[in-house]
Design a protein around this ligand. Structure first.
Ligand code: ZN
Length: 191
């Protein structure tokens, strides 16, 4: 799978712009944006467990069900994000075959973006909250986060609270439903 231009169907470059027709995402993705991954056969098993939890707990109103969340750390010259992914928090390259959408908060300041990214960098190597995933948020160890919690904590560090749709934990679909955040890019052109 390649990333296709929603206008002409041409292949998007690594910077997300289309060379045949000059289409580009507007606004452009910026570091610190939220990367949301739809659940699918490609998802890690922990993400599939989260997806089942979202269905059981009725979290999420978006037509697309997201089961994994990251924070964009690189957009040009390859794409990467910070993710709490089993077993630890790391910076991951976004594989070209993996569908993802980018959500951006309008008005986020450069200072808030650097705070979000600094939070992610300072928590690299911390354990993934597997217990929280397996207990649907019933048991939440301190200093451990799963993907969407980690993203929520990074935004909270910048003073931005993403509302929980379920009292115990912040699920990926709740991040995608955050009314303040706008979907600005879809790796499949929004299809
Ligand atoms: Zn195009």
């Amino acid at each position: 799978m390649v990333y296709n231009c929603p206008k002409c169907g041409g292949e998007l470059g690594l910077d997300g712009k289309c060379s045949p027709c000059a289409w580009k995402p507007s606004p452009l993705p910026l570091l610190g944006d939220i990367v949301a991954y739809p659940v699918g056969p490609w998802s890690a098993w922990q993400s599939k467990v989260i997806a089942v939890g979202e269905l059981v707990l009725a979290v999420g109103t978006e037509p697309i069900q997201y089961s994994h969340i990251g924070i964009l750390s690189r957009w040009t010259e390859g794409r990467a994000d910070y993710e709490a992914q089993f077993p630890r928090v790391r910076e991951f390259a976004i594989p070209p075959a993996r569908p993802f959408d980018i959500f951006q908060l309008p008005g986020l300041t450069a200072g808030q973006r650097s705070t979000i990214l600094a939070y992610c960098r300072s928590h690299l190597g911390e354990w993934y909250n597997l217990i929280g995933v397996l207990t649907a948020g019933l048991i939440m160890p301190r200093n451990q986060a799963f993907c969407s919690e980690f993203a929520g904590q990074a935004y909270a560090a910048a003073g931005l609270l993403i509302p929980f749709e379920h009292e115990r934990a912040l699920f990926p679909d709740a991040v995608a439903d955050w009314p303040k955040a706008q979907k600005i890019f879809s790796s499949n052109g929004g299809k």
